[in-house]
Design a protein around this ligand. Structure first.
Ligand code: HEC
Ligand code: HEC
Length: 280
């Protein structure tokens, strides 16, 4: 009896564990493949807010849409065309390798998250208040690596450049993506940029930050910095050039002083004993 009971518990346990592993995998999948365009309860990004979507439309329709959005749009389906219109003509891309089963898991997840007071996929809500100079400076410090990332990610500066730091170096990958000068405009402002940074959806960024995600306050400061540089890019650039020139002058002066010290030291160290011994 007790053996049977414990076996039953075991089976149930395994089933529950499987379900929760599935849920976790689906959550990770959503974060990586959907969140750059959709929040759940955080408002619209490139795509609509998915909160309560399973109440707006039936499962069958949603499944076939998620598996192949373009086919649905091309079929002339009225609801798909309405969505397309609301999304200003952006068609949702087909996610590589997605099938009806995966879409089903995703819809389960969206339904469960929609029922919560606050979904983990709400994204970051940044008010329209102007950023302070401190926010901007903190963002720059994070960008250059002067302030290290809490979860251990590498400094942006090792691969990217941006105004205010571009002249001093910054890695250069694909020249367009590597230059974050205009990223604020490219990613359409505060909400999209911050949600994007929460779960970067591109190959390199995703693999770096998947296990070292940026904290909300770090994203906030970075967005402040990018917004400011989008608005005052020229100024940042000019002051960076000035800084660079100053570094050059100060550096050269320092080097001279250093040489002098080393040289003097040598002179003293070699000659003094000789001089002293002669005196004896
Ligand atoms: C590049 C942006 C983008 C990505 C990534 C994306 N979507 Fe979409 N999604 C859209 C857009 C835009 C629409 C509006 C329909 C259209 O224009 O194609 C949409 C519509 C939807 C809809 C219908 C919404 C409604 O209100 O009825 C669902 C459901 C959906 N997406 C789910 C997903 C899921 C799940 C993923 C991840 C597997 C995903 N999307 C990834 C852009 C995206
Ligand atoms: C190891 C190199 C590396 C580091 C470190 C890195 N990135 Fe990236 N980033 C890339 C690459 C490569 C791309 C181009 C897309 C891709 O392949 O992921 C990119 C793309 C981006 C984009 C999208 C640009 C666009 O126009 O679509 C943003 C925004 C971005 N990175 C921000 C950051 C921020 C903020 C940091 C620091 C917290 C950072 N990156 C650190 C390599 C890096």
């Amino acid at each position: 009896m007790s053996l049977r009971l414990s076996r039953l518990t075991l089976v149930l346990g395994v089933l529950l564990a499987c379900a929760s592993v599935q849920a976790q995998e689906t959550a990770a999948y959503f974060k990586q493949n959907c969140m750059s365009c959709h929040t759940i309860g955080g408002g619209k990004l490139t795509g609509p807010d998915l909160k309560g979507v399973t109440e707006r439309k039936d499962r069958e329709w949603l499944t076939s849409f998620i598996v192949n959005p373009k086919a649905k749009v091309d079929s002339g389906d009225a609801y798909a065309l309405q969505l397309l219109d609301e999304a200003r003509g952006v068609v949702m891309p087909t996610i590589a390798g997605i099938d009806a089963e995966q879409a089903g898991f995703l819809l389960d997840l969206i339904e469960a998250e929609s029922a919560l007071e606050e979904s983990q996929f709400k994204g970051i809500q940044i008010s329209n208040e102007p950023f302070t100079q401190k926010d901007i400076d903190t963002g720059l410090a994070i960008f250059t690596g002067r302030q290290s990332l809490k979860n251990g990610g590498p400094a942006c500066f090792s691969c990217h450049n941006a105004p205010g730091v571009g002249v001093l170096g910054g890695g250069r990958l694909d020249p367009v993506k590597a230059d974050l000068t205009k990223v604020y405009e490219r990613l359409q402002g505060r909400t999209v940029l911050s949600t994007w940074l929460m779960s970067p959806a591109t190959p390199t960024m995703q693999s770096i930050f998947k296990n070292a995600s940026l904290e909300k306050d770090e994203i906030y400061s970075l967005v402040a910095y990018f917004e400011n540089s989008a608005q005052h890019g020229e100024v940042g650039q000019a002051s960076a050039q000035l800084t660079f020139a100053l570094f050059g002058i100060v550096g050269a002066a320092l080097a001279l002083v250093l040489f002098d010290v080393i040289w003097n030291g040598r002179f003293v160290a070699v000659r003094r004993p000789l001089v002293d011994s002669e005196k004896l």
